[in-house]
Design a protein around this ligand. Structure first.
Ligand code: SF4
Length: 81
């Protein structure tokens, strides 16, 4: 998994690096902590309609929503999912 610098901006990542962070971030999680593809898609659909979504990041909590939405412990800070 690439090292994620918490002080880097998304503009500092290439599209490939960004996708690698997301895909490898999800792959690094234990299988038992991952939700079904259907639930993940439902969550991301809600994020996709949310005004807090900014380039893959939630402005309410600062997380990469695609990683948060994939995890059983993941919660929307606004209670949308
Ligand atoms: S996690 Fe919640 S607040 Fe953040 S972008 Fe998704 S729906 Fe919006």
């Amino acid at each position: 998994m690439p090292k994620i610098c918490t002080r880097c901006l998304l503009k500092d990542f290439s599209k490939e690096q960004y996708e690698k962070i997301i895909v490898e971030g999800i792959r690094a999680l234990p299988a038992e902590d991952i939700v079904s593809e259907e639930l993940e898609a439902e969550r991301l659909d809600l994020c996709g309609q949310c005004e807090k979504l900014n380039r893959g990041t939630c402005l309410a909590c600062g997380c990469f929503v695609e990683i948060r939405a994939a995890t059983k412990k993941g919660r929307c800070p606004y209670g949308k999912w």
